[in-house]
Design a protein. Structure first.
Length: 412
């Protein structure tokens, strides 16, 4: 009996149903970059905590100037981090540096460029000065108790800075998913080795490592696992400690394609194996046993052909990583662009074909078009490396003309 394969849409749905935000943990700020905050964080004090100078200059009483001009007595020098010991009386001024607290009695700072010092006196000449000038009042930025970064917000560099200034060095966040990557295959050697007869270098691992990091997750790369049941069992068993396990190779129907059976022997529940698409049909997806508080590992067995692995990652793994990290995820539909040249598609599977984004001046919306690249198929990483992504040609034979619109699966 011929079983209908899942469509890409059905397979995506099956993956996304099983991917939910990881349980929040406390992380140091240096490890929380781009994570989602899982709690509201409030200011623990006013900021600034005191009235402070915004300029290097002289703190003084506005009433002592006439049209911005006056000669005053310098009573103290104040630096950022120092505390005023003197209140200003009539005719007094304190030299003050940016960030230093304003002394009592002062209501204005005149910038140093508008003053001339002469011993313990200072001549001030600034017709543009206004009362309160160059002072940031206490609590002007935020008040104690104000919520400064909200639950659900992404920790950008400036928000990390806000948490630091509020004294929250380890906020509660949804952590970046940890992704184990296990390359498999008897024919593989590492990239610093010279392949012997019948051998090739392991390129998939580094491609996946970069894709994982680019998706904001943490790649954990394993050494090459041989096509041997015992070795695979150990390597894949270790991978099941991570939030996601990516395996490349060993998922097709060959004698040495031991990955699906090994995974099931380790308690991984198979959700699907094979999807109706090209390249990358023999993709395996399953869920490992629960890990205590944490949900079971999402396990993706990607076909070994380099381009198949990339397409499988973009279609199924990247959206899952978004959800695990608590992000909303990208819209599922692909953006549409016109083709810049003719292309003939034949076959009963939807095909993701390497394409470059180029300028488009012909008919149709926008100024960006897609140029399909001449490719030798799923083993042709070189052509994929020159592409910006993959143009989607739906199932069925069709001759496309320039200007015909197709979907685009972006590598970026
Ligand atoms: P498999 O899915 O194991 O049948 O492998 C399919 C094809 O992908 C074979 O030609 C493999 O040599 C190749 N391949 C498998 N793993 C890798 C890898 N890590 N790097 C580059 N090519 C690979
Ligand atoms: Mg193999």
């Amino acid at each position: 009996m011929k079983v209908d394969l899942l469509t890409v849409e059905e397979a995506t749905q099956a993956v996304l149903e099983r991917a939910c935000a990881l349980p929040p943990i406390r992380l140091p700020l240096s490890m929380a970059r781009e994570c989602l905050l899982a709690e509201d964080v409030s200011a623990d004090g006013d900021s600034p905590p005191f009235d402070k100078a915004l300029m290097d200059g002289f703190a003084l009483r506005f009433a002592d100037l006439r049209n911005g001009v006056g000669t005053l007595r310098i009573v103290e020098e104040l630096y950022a981090g120092s505390l005023p010991s003197r209140s200003l009386m009539g005719g007094d001024a304190s030299l003050i540096m940016t960030g230093a607290p304003i002394p009592e009695g002062a209501d204005t700072v005149v910038m140093i460029e508008r003053t001339r010092r002469d011993g313990d006196r200072v001549l001030v000449e600034d017709p543009s000065v206004r009362p309160g000038g160059n002072i940031l009042r206490r609590g002007r930025e935020m008040r104690a108790g104000d919520v400064i970064v909200r639950r659900g917000e992404t920790l950008t560099p400036t928000r990390l800075g806000m948490l630091a200034s509020a004294g929250r060095p380890s906020p509660l966040v949804v952590p970046a998913p940890r992704v184990a990557i296990v390359p498999t295959g008897d024919e593989l050697v590492e990239s610093n080795q010279v392949p012997g007869p019948g051998q090739i270098r392991n390129s998939n691992a580094v491609v996946l490592e970069a894709l994982v990091a680019g998706a904001g997750a943490i790649p954990l790369l394993s050494p090459i696992a041989r096509d041997d049941p015992e070795i695979l069992r150990e390597a894949l068993g270790e991978g099941l400690a991570s939030d996601v396990l990516l395996i490349t190779g060993g998922v097709s129907a060959g004698q040495r394609d031991l990955v699906p059976a090994t995974l099931m022997g380790l308690g991984v529940e198979r959700v699907f194996h094979k999807v109706r698409l090209k390249p990358g049909k023999p993709l395996f997806f399953g869920v490992g046993p629960r890990r205590g508080e944490k949900p079971g590992t999402l396990v993706f067995g990607l076909p070994g052909n380099p381009v198949s692995g990339v397409v499988g990652f973009l279609l199924f793994v990247r959206p899952a990583l978004d959800l695990l990290a608590g992000r909303a995820g990208r819209p599922l539909g692909l953006p549409l662009y016109p083709l810049t040249r003719a292309f003939v598609h034949a076959g009963e599977k939807p095909t993701y074909h390497p394409a470059r984004r180029v300028e488009w001046t012909g008919r149709g919306p926008g100024t960006v078009g897609l140029e399909p690249l001449a490719s030798a198929g799923s083993a042709d990483l070189l052509t994929a490396s020159r592409a910006d992504g993959f143009a989607l040609f739906p199932a069925g034979d069709r001759a496309y003309a320039p200007g015909d619109v197709v979907g685009f699966l972006d590598l970026g």
